[in-house]
Design a protein around this ligand. Sequence first.
Ligand SMILES: [Zn+2]
Ligand SMILES: [Zn+2]
Length: 503
Amino acid sequence: MAKKISDTSSESSLSPPPEGLSALAEKATVQTTAKGTKRKAEAIVTKTTKRTKKTAVEDGTKEAAIASTNEVPRAKRGATTKVKYEETVEEEEKANGVVTKAATVKKTARTVKKKNVKDAPPLEERTKDSKLRVGAHVSTAGGVQNAIPNLIHIGGNAFAMFMKNQRKWDNPAMDPEAATTFINACELHHVEVGDCCLPHGSYLVNLAHPDPERKKQAYDAFHDDLVRCHKLGIKLYNFHPGNANATTREEGIKLIAENLNQAHSDPATGEVITVLETMASLGNTIGGTFEDIAAIIEHVTDKSRVAVCLDTCHVFAAGYDLRTPDAYAETMAKFDKIIDLKYLKALHINDSKAPLSSHRDLHARIGTGYLGLRAFHNIVNDERLHVLPMILETPNDVVGEDGKKFEDKSIWAREIKMLEKLVGMDVESQEFKDLEAKLHEEGTSERERVGDQVDRKQAKDTKPKKQAKEAKPKKQAKETKPKKTGKGKKKVESEDEDDDDEE
Ligand SMILES: [Zn+2]
Ligand SMILES: [Zn+2]
């Protein structure tokens, strides 16, 4: 179905899945939509408020992922209606070339911004009696209230979202009407946000920054998110711990805990639990080891206000294996020993395009990466995790018939159903084997591509002299190559890596 456009919101929030999508966002990519005919229709539609609204809604999710603020309906092949706009970045008009239309669209989009998304027909029904709480990072383009229809659209029982534009430092007041609509929608659809919602913090925030001004800026944005969560009845709030680019690891860990303690002591944050996300990188990134996470928790005064979100792609890239039942059990035992499983309150469910211990943060669709379907079978059949929100941050961009990329939310709808179905499935059954083989095959080219990059990097690291020369070619390869596989599937790299490096 359709889709398309995207998000616009700036204040509200949208955005996509963290990692993978964030990369796109950074590139200010555009996103788009639907397949040919529909796209065209949409582009045209933008002229009418009603349609615009629809569009905004449908796209919601992905857009978010991509750019929190861009919206670009794509013109269909041959069509002349290409319109693109970005709410906050006026230059987009130029980029698109259709200035007049862009202007029109922009206006319409703004008026629509506050409106609610209409319930798009569900791609899959929610599984009422599922033992799992699985969902995805949905878009809040147009306002936080739109997260719920976007969740219903993909048939999820859990979700993540950004509380506001994750790429800006602004902390605009939350629209009370949007908040009320959100709460009402939760009630209407029996979505218990206290249990199933895991917002994702801004990529800009680094709670380990020692500079007083930077520290305050980061804390204010973080605190503001917690207050928003509290107002909406959300109990969990996930964030990247931070990095020690400007300080030592030990000091950075203390600073993070100090910020958490300060936030926890403010009644305006209610009882929202601050959830530390496990990271893929090492180096200056804090949270790439279970020891880092444990050290932060150790410094937190109110232990009931801190928890951990295990990102399957991140821990695998960081060296914690999950692929076989034994490896999975060993990793969970390490988690329990070093951190304590009682702190595990959520999971980000992503396969990995990069191998074990590669320290690359590249999300892959479930079963297509180096983790493979068996790893997810291990996870969903671990009853200790059955009550926890499991959030997909898998790439859902695909290439349409016209060669353009668009977000296909049915990918998430299918992954949610597949994960639910894996519960209790016999790994020796033909059904499991066929599924495993099919997904493995689907990810072959990407695994080879990234695996090759990792190998070359390792070789380079062993031979310091070659470093400079190899570094560049590699990077270019990474950025240009992606398109080569294009038959309907596109690869989206999620690069948290980039985010980490930035702040
Ligand atoms: Zn994240
Ligand atoms: Zn990631």
